[in-house]
Design a protein around this ligand. Structure first.
Ligand code: NAD
Length: 357
């Protein structure tokens, strides 16, 4: 008799471009890699350079080799990069977003024990359109004396549809029950009306997900009165910019917030298809005031890595990583200084890993 074949589930091992970043970047990246590995994730990291460090080493904040790596892997985990204010080179974050047409900015906001906030039970996700609207960069002075200026908001059916579809797909994949489309179509009847109409059409394809829409000013008020009412919010660039920071404020600020910037999946229709990729990053900056001291809080990057693991369908490792972070945050002895604790980056990371069991 032949022995029965045991089928072992195979986990694919995607390659992910890794940008260590500037300031506290290398410290929180090292901590995150330890935690990701301890969570059992299967990732092959490909280290690439960007930001101020890349200027020092290659004379270019975004070297061609970095773009080529992300082009190949279509996946990136990125620590914060320094952007000189005023002169100097333009934001690498913006350049990456434009180059890879990362049209959906995804910002989850969830209350966590140990992170001080005014609310409990908040668990919402903002999906912000990232390429159009007033941020299309079309503005000019109307008269030579520069006494008046105008900025033009571009909203297209194509741009609206792809981000709204992404929001519904996200809701479905993450077991979320509702998508709320936020707009100002009562005043901006054409541009915002187009976004709203597109949303109503897309919603018909997702009968399993509840859909409603809300005017942006009412949304801002409802978010600070009853944030637990919201689940997935999808909105245009400007409103999304403002509401995603508002949401971060509801759950304790930008310090521990993760984010994803998503382009189309390879092979998907549309102009972004051939350069599609997904980039995951902490929302906070390079924290130059504490760089090199070993005391930075790596939570934002760890939770961004958990989003990456979800994206590459390593949900078990993502859940382990989130559980470890939640446990380490909940214990005052293992929190970092920014959250009122005394642990340094390494001690906090040890606690995250210990809590995963
Ligand atoms: P910042 O987020 O770097 O710092 C604001 C404050 O929060 C500082 O006191 C800092 O010490 C603290 N802080 C931030 N992250 C922390 C962490 N993980 N642990 C502990 N404390 C933390 O914002 P900033 O000072 O306005 O910007 C500094 C630099 O970062 C600038 O060059 C800016 O352009 C850049 N930046 C980059 C990104 C990005 O790459 N995504 C985002 C924002 C800012």
């Amino acid at each position: 008799m032949t022995a029965p074949t045991v089928s072992v589930p195979t986990v694919s091992r995607p390659t992910v471009s890794l940008i260590e970043g500037d300031g506290i970047g290398p410290e929180i990246t090292a901590a995150t890699l330890r935690a990701v590995e301890a969570a059992g994730a299967q990732i092959a990291w490909e280290r690439v350079d960007a930001g101020a460090g890349a200027v020092a080493r290659h004379g270019d904040p975004l070297p061609p080799a970095t773009l080529a790596s992300i082009q190949r892997t279509r996946l990136a985990l990125k620590a914060p990069l320094a952007t000189p204010s005023g002169g100097g080179y333009r934001s690498v974050n913006v350049a990456l977003r434009q180059h890879f047409d990362l049209y959906a900015n995804v910002r989850p906001a969830r209350t966590m024990a140990g992170v001080p906030s005014r609310f409990t039970g908040v668990d919402l996700v903002i999906v912000r359109e990232n390429t159009e609207d007033l941020y299309a960069g079309i503005e000019h002075y109307i008269d030579p004396r520069r006494t008046a200026a105008e900025s033009i908001a571009i909203i297209t059916r194509f741009g609206s549809e792809r981000v709204i579809v992404y929001a519904f797909e996200y809701a479905r994949r993450h077991g979320r029950r509702k998508v709320t489309l936020v707009h100002k179509a009562n005043i901006l009847k054409m541009s915002n009306g187009l976004f709203l109409d597109t949303g109503r059409e897309v919603a018909k394809r997702y009968p399993d997900i509840e859909f409603d829409d809300m005017i942006v000013d009412a949304t801002a008020m409802r978010m600070v009165i009853a944030p637990e009412r919201f689940d997935v919010i999808v909105t245009m660039n400007l409103f999304g910019d403002i509401l995603s920071d508002l949401a971060a404020g509801l759950v304790g600020g930008l310090g521990v917030a993760p984010a994803a910037n998503i382009g189309d999946a390879p092979g998907a229709p549309g102009p972004s298809a051939e350069r599609a990729c997904a980039m995951f990053e902490a929302v906070h900056g390079t924290a130059p005031d504490i760089a090199g001291k070993g005391i930075a809080n790596p939570t934002g990057l760890m939770l961004s890595a958990a989003m990456l693991l979800d994206h590459v369908e390593q949900g078990v490792a993502a859940a382990r990583l989130r559980a470890g972070v939640a446990a380490a945050l909940a214990d005052p002895a293992t929190r970092t200084g920014d959250l009122g604790g005394r642990a340094n980056t390494a001690q906090y990371t040890d606690a995250v890993i210990r809590a995963m069991g």
